[in-house]
Design a binder for this molecule. Structure first.
Ligand SMILES: Cc1cc2nc3c(=O)[nH]c(=O)nc-3n(C[C@H](O)[C@H](O)[C@H](O)COP(=O)(O)OP(=O)(O)OC[C@H]3O[C@@H](n4cnc5c(N)ncnc54)[C@H](O)[C@@H]3O)c2cc1C
Length: 514
């Protein structure tokens, strides 16, 4: 079966052990883990895959330097454990799909000798915690070395810097690769399929059926399942309430805004970590293909379907960028913006009145509702999606299926397209193509890119590497159903340059209905 809607609908006749609601990082991770443990899995996602938080992240694969600082300052063991877990997952994430995730060097400027010692010690600890999974040891940099790696960094008052290495991923495509891998392991995966309600067993009140709607045809379905995982990120409380209206809300939503500039504002391959803003945040300036990503903010927010950036947020991010860059950026230099809503877990229910989301721990929790047996995976971050999934499955097996946890098999599972040893063969077979198209095909499809070479390789836009044959392929092999699926998530160009994305859409209107 291919990864398209008609083929996935054919799989619906089979009985399912597990229905997963939500196709972001968390749901995708659970689907793959469960399918590899041998369960019959159905995943329904009400929008496109990763259309909510999981495509709007800062795209870092990291332990979190700021979280380590908080752990040390507050002697917070839980925070420390989270950093440890994330640092160890970092390498696994990079190894399982190298075409979608790679190491990223980050530089922190220091403005006093105290700062320099403080950050050197901090980064030394970061390296030590990562242990044998560390990507590159951190090191101190002189002013002239800083100028080499970040040519546009303003060196006014700078007393040197510290460079360390984390990872960067293509978040939307990473979620897709996990889902495609789950599908290849037997799962039935559907986008534009919204959960509406549950049918409970009259005696035990356990969920026995899921009722959902195919949003593209309007058809409704009622499907028997043995267990249900709620992986709906910021929407978690809504699904918990459908399962058991007595459950108290656990989620707090915080918004994070990003702006995007062209790469000439920040040349080179090294990102900048602005370690402290006036209001106690960190902001990153991150090279991102031919662009640079600046973000993010962290403010309590109301849950909405499509959060939009506020004018103040653009000014705030531009202000910080301009404090550190010799090339100043203005509003009309911003080529795109995007905002994500973090699904943060309230550390304790009594903190429900707290308004500070910056201090909420980014750890996850698996909750099993004793009545409905709904399993909710809450909180967490992209970097730890795989351990979150493993914890969810272990808990589900123990508490809902009443069996001892079976082994998790995702740690060494190469994701769809992740055969890096095929790269040189691909580059040689694609050598007649322009370099940007070659690079685009590999960094988008990985080892599946061979299939694209037989298609129409005419450019869709003179300034961009996307080719005509991809459009049909994205429908039949990546479940794209509309232009937003393609431009925002399969290619990501809408998140980097809205004008160019609009031009492709206008030139090729007929390719998709909307
Ligand atoms: C601004 C920002 C920056 C971040 N940066 C990083 C970073 O650099 N590194 C990192 O590791 N983490 C980062 N994170 C955290 C990370 O992005 C999130 O933890 C992760 O994406 C959450 O994934 P999720 O699957 O739980 O939620 P989501 O991606 O929101 O997925 C939930 C899905 O459930 C679906 N859904 C909801 N209701 C229903 C329903 N009734 N029926 C069917 N489907 C439904 C939604 O449509 C959605 O697609 C960041 C988060 C934000 C907001």
């Amino acid at each position: 079966m291919a990864f398209n809607r008609p083929d996935q609908f054919k799989k619906l006749d089979a009985p399912f052990d597990l229905c997963i609601i939500g196709g972001g990082a968390s749901g995708a991770g659970v689907a793959l883990d469960a399918a590899l443990r041998g369960y019959r899995v159905l995943l329904i996602e009400k929008g496109d895959f990763a259309s909510q938080t999981s495509s709007k992240s800062t795209k870092l694969v990291h332990g979190g330097v700021r979280y380590l600082e908080q752990a040390v300052k507050k002697l917070d063991w839980q925070q420390f454990k989270m950093v440890y877990k994330a640092l160890h997952e970092r390498k696994v994430l990079l190894q399982n799909a190298p075409f979608l995730a790679h190491p990223l060097a980050l530089l922190t400027p220091c403005y006093s000798w105290f700062d320099r010692i403080y950050y050197r010690i901090g980064m030394w600890m970061y390296d030590r915690i990562a242990g044998h999974t560390n990507l590159e040891p951190s090191r101190g940099l002189s002013q002239s070395q800083m100028r080499q790696v970040c040519p546009n960094l303003s060196l006014h008052h700078v007393r040197g810097g510290v460079m360390y290495t984390d990872g960067q991923l293509d978040d939307a495509r990473y979620a897709l690769a996990i889902l495609q891998s789950a599908e290849a392991a037997g799962a039935c995966i559907l986008n534009y399929a919204e959960l509406n309600s549950f049918v409970h067993s009259p005696k035990s009140l356990k969920i026995k059926e899921v009722c959902w709607t195919d949003l593209l045809s309007g058809q409704t379905f009622q499907i028997p399942v043995k267990s249900v995982v709620n992986a709906t990120g910021p929407f978690t409380d809504h699904v918990r309430a459908l399962a058991n209206p007595k459950l108290k809300p656990r989620m707090k939503v915080s918004r994070g805004a990003h702006i995007v500039l062209s790469a000439d504002f920040w040349p080179g391959e090294t990102a900048l970590l602005i370690p402290k803003t006036d209001d106690g945040r960190v902001i990153f300036v991150i090279p991102w293909r031919e662009y640079v990503l600046v973000g993010t903010t962290d403010e309590p927010d109301k849950l909405v379907e499509s959060p939009e950036i506020l004018s103040d947020e653009i000014d705030y991010l531009l202000d910080y960028f301009n404090r550190y860059s010799t090339k100043k950026a203005f509003r009309n230099d911003v080529s795109a913006t995007f905002v994500g809503q973090r699904p943060l877990l309230q550390a304790a229910l009594d903190s429900a009145m707290s308004t500070d989301t910056k201090s909420l721990v980014r750890d996850h929790e698996v909750e099993v509702d004793g009545r409905s047996k709904l399993v909710s995976i809450m909180g967490g971050k992209w970097t730890t999606y795989r351990v979150m999934a493993a914890d969810t499955l272990d808990e589900l097996e123990r508490e809902v299926l009443n069996r001892a946890p079976t082994p998790c098999r995702t740690q060494d599972h190469t994701l769809m397209g992740g055969e890096e040893n095929e790269k040189s063969r691909f580059m040689s077979e694609a050598k007649s193509l322009p370099a940007d198209i070659q690079a685009h095909l590999w960094s988008t499809y990985g080892s599946r890119a061979f299939a694209l070479l037989a298609l129409d390789l005419t450019r869709l836009h003179e300034a961009l590497p996307y080719v005509a044959g991809e459009l049909a392929y994205l429908k039949t092999h990546e479940m794209a159903t509309c232009w937003d699926d393609v431009l925002m998530r399969r290619w990501g160009i809408s998140l980097r340059n809205t004008r160019l994305a609009g031009e492709i859409r206008a030139n090729k209107k007929e390719a998709f209905a909307s």
